[in-house]
Design a protein around this ligand. Structure first.
Ligand code: ADP
Ligand code: MG
Length: 322
């Protein structure tokens, strides 16, 4: 049986970082971070609980990836550059067959983004994975939820709804073809944090967030904090590759009120459309303009003819669903 010390040593200690901001990593009572001169720290935590955010038998490599990806996605939404993260882990057992791929999946993504694991905590308990991530951003450059302005365009990165479509298949709400299921499952298990786009939008985007609980609900957070409303062109919403093969009603439902998308929703002044497209090209991340920020509160859903739609949709809420 692995001791707690061995477990940390084997699976989470990486060679000392050559990053000057990481003054001290795993092994002491605290890690020591030295932010680059003049930069602000952007800090975020996300907790994933077995049976709630992932299936108890989830592939551990993909799970390791996803836990870090959802945290990186928060940095992307703010326009921050990843620096380091801590990992608090409750495990039912110290099982090497689970720990090895879990840490490999997590550390592969960490390396890709030069984000260093600098500490954490490990305890026995129901499988729970909690990460706190630290990023850097120049003061005043973060894209905050309260910064949307009337007249701004609303943009979405990538496409929406495929993760929710995979869930519908797992829940037997519908049956996907093998090809569509493969596409949708990849979106569910391997979200791509839009870090490069977030950085490229620094100074261009007004407000931004990452869509984790469905566009309608998440855009609602921006609107509430910014004291504004929005019009959304429902048929311009980019549907996921697998979702495109579903009927229009499904496409509307899952793009508007899916979940687990981890795409960015951001607002930017209409005068900066060319700059938004340049940021999209520079970061090799597609973006689609889907609406505008209005003075009138609430969200108005419009079809391609400009007709107002009423769709009975709500966003995902962990305290409302069984
Ligand atoms: P403490 O007694 O101060 O809580 P621990 O024995 O829990 O210290 O941890 C020892 C070192 O290992 C600390 O530097 C801590 O940050 C790090 N650590 C513990 N668990 C993890 C983990 N899951 N991932 C990364 N580092 C960890
Ligand atoms: Mg501890």
């Amino acid at each position: 049986m692995l001791s707690e010390f061995d477990l940390i040593q084997h699976y989470f200690v990486t060679p000392p970082s050559d990053d000057p901001r990481i003054q001290l990593g795993i092994g002491d009572d605290c890690a020591l971070l030295q932010p680059s001169s003049g930069m602000q720290l952007a800090i975020s935590s996300d907790m994933l609980v077995s049976g709630r955010h992932f299936f108890p038998d989830a592939d551990p490599y993909l799970l390791g990836h996803k836990c870090l990806a959802v945290n990186l996605s928060d940095l992307a939404a703010m326009g921050a550059k990843p620096v380091a993260f801590t990992l608090a882990l409750a495990l039912p057992e110290a099982n090497p067959a689970w720990l090895a791929p879990f840490s490999a999946g997590m550390l592969a993504l960490a390396n890709e983004h030069r984000c260093v694991l600098i500490g954490g905590d490990t305890t026995k308990g129901p499988l729970t994975i909690s990460i706190t991530i630290f990023g850097e951003i120049p003061p005043g450059k973060a894209s905050r939820r309260d910064a949307a302005q009337v007249g701004d365009d609303i943009w979405i990165s990538g496409n929406l709804g495929d993760a929710r479509l995979a869930l519908a298949h797992y829940w037997h709400e519908l049956q996907l073809s093998d090809d569509d299921f493969a596409l949708a499952a990849m979106r569910m298990h391997q979200p791509v944090p839009r870090i490069a786009l977030g950085l490229a939008l620094q100074g261009i985007a007004h407000a931004a967030l990452d869509i984790s609980d469905g566009l309608l609900g998440d855009l609602g957070h921006i609107l509430k904090r910014s004291g504004a409303g929005a019009s959304l062109h429902v048929d311009l919403l980019p549907a996921g590759m697998a979702l495109r093969n579903q009927p229009r009603e499904k496409q509307r439902e899952f793009t508007l009120a899916g979940g687990d998308d981890y795409e960015l929703c951001f607002t930017a002044p209409a005068e900066l459309r060319a700059q938004v497209m340049a940021a999209s090209a520079a970061s090799a991340t597609p973006v689609t303009r889907v609406g505008t920020i209005d003075r009138e509160l609430g969200i108005r859903l419009l079809d391609s003819t400009g007709q107002l739609l009423t769709l009975p949709l709500t966003s995902f809420d962990h305290f409302r669903t069984p």
